[in-house]
Ligand binder design. Structure first.
Ligand code: HGA
Length: 610
């Protein structure tokens, strides 16, 4: 989603800002802009729709004169994708603002500010912030106090950075519901929505807490908590491991990340399985004390992470001896739900900043949960910091908007959770051994699945002129079918639906014809024969199928069915293994369709607005 970068220095900073924005591009956005403030107090602002490159081209080769500045990549929530709606927004040529989030009372504030004579140049909710600060600055003695007075009137979510033409060298920032991190330099300081943006200029970071404001100059950083008290926030040294590097030999980040999965899974397992048991600290220090009491698991997540949670429900209930519910975070957070006795709230999020999931985690603290666990890929994220326990997926930076290696490593973490909870609830030796040997075999099995790449690439053209598709699976493969459908729609823009195969005859069978490819996930598990009957139902109605099947499942290619043989793996890890060919399918179909694979239209990576 939107990205923020800001800097105050003795040197010209427009190149730092643009580089920072480039590093946030992966998050998905539709326009970009920056404003720099010179020592003499003049503001220069450049904004463009489209890519950061368009902004860079507009600036040209000579850095702008300003030494303090703010920059933004916008993912529109309020107001269309136009240059006028791109950030920064400027009031009276003096107060410049960038903002991530949504100001929910923007209509009321807009009317009040218009009545005071302010003229709005955009349709955004954000523009109220700059006029409000400008208005407050008339009576407040400095920018910090003006921003403090302004944010008190805001309802909704914001991560915002403000600068004032009368106070060169100063940035005032406020965080409420949208992450911000301060980067500390020598004789210069920075602000960003993600430390990744600042890795070329610093490795020292200070994370703002909810409700914090900060007053940043070249030589000082002062942080105030929500009560206005001056506070000390810890400084973290980044090891830069979250630096994505480039695409290497791959054409897209997504393809690179698909191929990184065997290594990512090895990293996720490293040191966490000891003599057939989950290491004591796999979920953080002291985690076993909490996990031993758990009788129910409530999983809350969005998108791909929600699908990981759905797979885990099958595992937890069948092996760990606990009941489990899985719910989409945006629903969970707004309904009154029953909290089971000794219930663990599990949030799953690649970024750890997903707005709805984070809100669900915060809500759980007001309810009678026994504790919380987050399964996450970003150690410094809000969710990791705010959960009792955490499992770091160690997948490395995931840049492609369509999640791949984050998903498979989340599933590894969830299988470990089954083992960790099951250890205290009498998990059978058979299940324990299946999990341990399945996880140990997994990297090699994923490598084998990647060998299907050429075969899948060859069939992708058959999808080029299709508008709709159906994915079918049963048991743990049902959520995998959902994930396969999500991948295809995300990056190829082909409408894709997933059904539990047993549901076919309750509606979707009406859609079957030769123009609607049906993708079937068919490992050799106990539901195989049932699935075969569903396949026959599709065949009888003239459907064209692509069946990803265990080679021992005895499917044969014919005029209505193309079989892609996946090498045999244990049923337990099959959902993880079968994810790979579905990821490859969506990738190669997207290539044929010529879409923007790493940054598909309208989507964002870290979904920090609700
Ligand atoms: N509401 C603002 C900012 C949107 C945002 O944070 N997206 O991630 C706008 O629409 O410009």
């Amino acid at each position: 989603m939107c990205g923020i970068v800001g800097a105050t220095s003795e040197r010209r900073i427009s190149e730092i800002l643009v580089e920072g924005l480039k590093r946030l591009e992966y998050r998905g956005y539709d326009s970009a802009g920056l404003a720099v403030l010179s020592e003499s107090g003049s503001i220069e602002c450049v904004r463009r729709t489209g890519k950061v490159q368009a902004l860079k081209d507009a600036i040209g080769d000579t850095p702008l004169a300003g030494t303090t500045g703010i920059a933004h990549t916008r993912w529109a929530t309020h107001g269309g994708v136009t240059e006028a709606n791109a950030h920064p927004h400027i009031s009276e040529n003096c107060i410049a603002v960038v903002h991530n989030g949504i100001i929910e009372n923007h209509e009321k504030l807009r009317a009040q500010l218009q009545a005071l004579g302010y003229v709005f140049n955009s349709d955004t909710d954000t523009e109220v912030i700059c006029h409000l600060v400008h208005h407050q600055r008339k009576t407040e003695s400095d920018l910090f106090k003006a921003v403090q007075a302004a944010v008190r009137q805001l309802e909704g979510a914001y991560g915002t950075v403000v600068m004032d033409c009368r106070e060169p060298g100063r940035l005032v920032v406020a965080r409420s519901g949208s992450p911000l991190v301060i980067g500390l330099g020598i004789g210069e300081n920075f602000i960003a929505s993600d430390q990744l943006a600042l890795l070329p200029v610093t490795r020292q970071f200070m994370y703002l807490e909810e409700g914090d404001m900060a007053d940043i100059t070249r030589t000082s950083v002062k942080v105030y908590d929500r009560s206005g008290a001056l506070v000390q926030r810890d400084v973290h040294e980044s090891d830069g491991q979250y630096d994505a590097g480039g695409k290497g030999q791959y054409r897209h980040f997504m393809l690179k990340e698909i191929h990184e999965q065997p290594t990512a899974v090895r990293n996720a397992l490293e040191g966490r399985l000891v003599h057939g048991q989950v290491a004591d600290d796999a979920f953080g220090p002291g985690s076993m004390d909490l996990l031993k009491d758990i009788e129910h698991v409530q999983i809350v997540a969005c998108g791909t992470s929600y699908h990981a949670g759905m797979v885990a429900r099958y595992w937890l209930e069948s092996m760990a001896g606990v009941s489990c519910n899985v719910e989409i975070a945006s629903e969970f957070r707004y309904r009154k739900s029953h909290v089971h006795r000794n219930s663990l709230l599990v949030t799953i999020s690649q970024s750890g900043e997903t707005a709805d999931t984070l809100a669900a985690l915060r809500l759980s603290k007001e309810l009678s949960y026994r504790g919380s666990l987050t399964i996450c890929n970003v150690a410094t994220s809000s969710m990791v910091r705010e959960s009792d326990l955490n499992y770091m997926t160690r997948a490395g930076a995931e840049i492609g908007v369509a999640s791949t290696k984050a998903f498979t490593t989340q599933l590894v973490g969830l299988l470990m959770l089954v083992l960790a909870i099951g250890q205290h609830r009498g998990i059978s030796d058979k299940c324990r051994n299946a999990i341990v040997s399945g996880l140990q075999a997994l990297p090699a099995k994923l490598e084998e699945a990647l060998l299907l790449s050429d075969e899948i690439e060859a069939l992708a053209p058959e999808f080029a002129d299709k508008f709709h598709s159906l994915f079918l699976g049963r048991g743990t493969q049902y959520p995998i079918a959902m994930e396969g459908a999500l991948k295809l729609k995300e990056i190829s823009y082909i409408h894709a639906e997933a059904y539990a195969a047993g549901e076919l005859k309750h509606g979707p069978l009406a859609l079957i014809d030769a123009d609607m490819p049906v993708i079937v996930v068919a490992p050799n598990d106990e539901l195989l024969e049932k699935l075969k009957s569903n396949v026959e139902e599709v065949r009888a109605r003239g459907g064209i199928m692509y069946v990803f099947a265990d080679k021992d499942a005895h499917f044969k290619s014919d005029t209505s069915m193309r079989v892609i043989n996946v090498s045999h793996c244990d049923e337990l890890i099959a959902p993880i293994v079968y994810t790979i060919p579905l990821q490859l399918l969506s990738y190669f179909v997207a290539i044929i369709k010529g879409t923007d694979v790493d940054q598909p239209r309208n989507l964002a990576k870290s979904v920090t607005v609700e």
